[in-house]
Design a protein around this ligand. Structure first.
Ligand code: ADP
Ligand code: UDP
Length: 262
């Protein structure tokens, strides 16, 4: 069992951490996902994420890892969430506990993968026959039903409402949040010479009923291309065996730190 003390908490930077370090113990393992383990805590409204070094693609069919991936994604996701909070987006983030662990508000996750795109790539290019790299005339929003057994099928609003995945009000709120997150992410990444092509977010409901940005935002969940060379700086390097998988994660994290942690 592990117990954090004040001395163990290593803040990202003075500017990006808030509050004080919290003594919080991991209790029961609630869930083992593809990228993270989720633990309960003494507080029923909080849980602890422990990021793994694993990488998966194609609904878990392809597996890999690199040492330090969990640490990078944890710190990067928290760093980005703090930047989004500065733009008024509510998130589940409470406190980074260690390089790999983070205390978050426990949410009831709305089982929709919320995908926003600025440039055609991936399944969008395949589905609609639009060449990868084609800028879209407007950002698009789509939902997948978050269900590994079904292969996360694409779902529209009326279908999501029909099977009770969310209410109309929740879907409207999610859509508004998704486009707002997109505007912030475009700015955050452009400042470090990166275009955000597309990304996936998850949204949850806290114990007090607030809709917040949950899960993570990292090169696992975004397509990130170098703004000048279009070099892929994300999980596509793993998906399609492009090489330099770990290098690009370190590169994005390095650029974020260099620009924002001054
Ligand atoms: P997956 O379930 O797709 O394999 P992960 O390995 O990232 O994904 O596991 C993390 C799990 O935690 C996901 O199922 C995600 O929906 C869920 N989750 C994300 N944020 C929260 C939160 N604040 N409270 C509870 N569960 C969360
Ligand atoms: N994405 C994700 N998790 C998923 C599916 C998609 O993080 O389960 C992200 C993916 O990294 C990309 C965006 O959502 O940034 C759009 O993915 P797409 O629909 O093109 O699917 P993919 O090509 O990943 O199958």
């Amino acid at each position: 069992m592990f117990l954090l003390t004040m001395g163990d908490c290593v803040p990202l930077t003075k500017e990006f951490t808030k509050g004080v370090c919290i003594n919080m113990e991991k209790k029961q393992l609630l869930y083992t996902g593809k990228a993270k383990k989720v633990y309960t805590t003494d507080d029923p409204n909080l849980c602890i994420f422990e990021y793994k070094d694993d990488a998966t693609a194609f609904n878990g069919l392809k597996k890999g890892s690199f040492e330090g991936k969990g640490e990078i994604n944890n710190q990067m996701a928290n760093f980005i969430f703090r930047l989004l909070e500065k733009d008024g987006i509510k998130t589940h983030l409470v406190e980074e506990l260690s390089k790999r662990e983070t205390l978050v508000k426990k949410c009831k996750i709305i089982p929709l993968e919320v995908i926003v795109r600025n440039v055609a790539a991936g399944s969008f290019s395949k589905r609609f026959g639009v060449k990868e790299g084609t800028p879209l005339k407007n950002p698009t929003l789509e939902f997948s039903y978050k269900d590994d057994d079904l292969g996360d099928p694409m779902i529209n609003t009326s279908q999501a409402l029909a099977i009770g995945l969310a209410t109309k009000e929740e879907i409207d709120q999610i859509a508004e949040m998704a486009f707002k997150v997109n505007e912030s992410l475009k700015k955050i990444f452009l400042n470090i010479g990166i275009k955000i092509i597309d990304f996936k977010i998850e949204v949850g409901k806290t114990a007090d009923g607030e809709i917040v940005l949950a899960d993570e935002i990292s090169p696992d969940t975004c397509r990130l291309w170098d703004a000048e060379t279009n070099k892929k700086l994300d999980k596509d390097r793993f998906r399609f065996d492009l090489g330099e998988f770990s290098d690009v994660y370190f590169e994005v994290w390095g650029r974020l730190n260099e620009y924002y942690a001054k």
